[in-house]
Design a protein around this ligand. Structure first.
Ligand SMILES: [Zn+2]
Length: 98
């Protein structure tokens, strides 16, 4: 578990996303997310998210930060740095499988 993952868990949890959602978003088992939240005392606040809300949230594909809701354009990364880093990492994965 990286510091960045912990930060994202805290962030998503504070916005009241369920463990399973956070796990899926970060590629972690929901039980891991749950135990991290318990251990670190990350609180959930407010109401449960609706299905539509969970569906519409956009996360950066690289750092999993929540992307701001901008017009209708679908964004996949929070910044050019993340886009470049993601492609760099992914290219390496793709090459490994050749
Ligand atoms: Zn990012």
């Amino acid at each position: 578990m990286t510091a960045q993952q912990l930060e994202r868990i805290a962030e998503l949890r504070a916005l009241n996303y369920p463990y399973s959602f956070i796990g899926r978003a970060l590629g972690l088992p929901s039980n891991t997310v749950k135990s991290v939240c318990r251990r670190k005392g990350f609180p959930a606040s407010g109401k449960r998210k609706t299905k539509a809300e969970k569906h519409s949230v956009q996360l950066c594909r690289n750092c999993h930060r929540i992307l701001p809701d901008t017009d209708c354009r679908i964004r996949q990364f929070c910044s050019d740095e993340c886009r470049i880093e993601w492609w760099k990492n992914n290219r390496r994965v793709i090459e490994k499988h050749r």
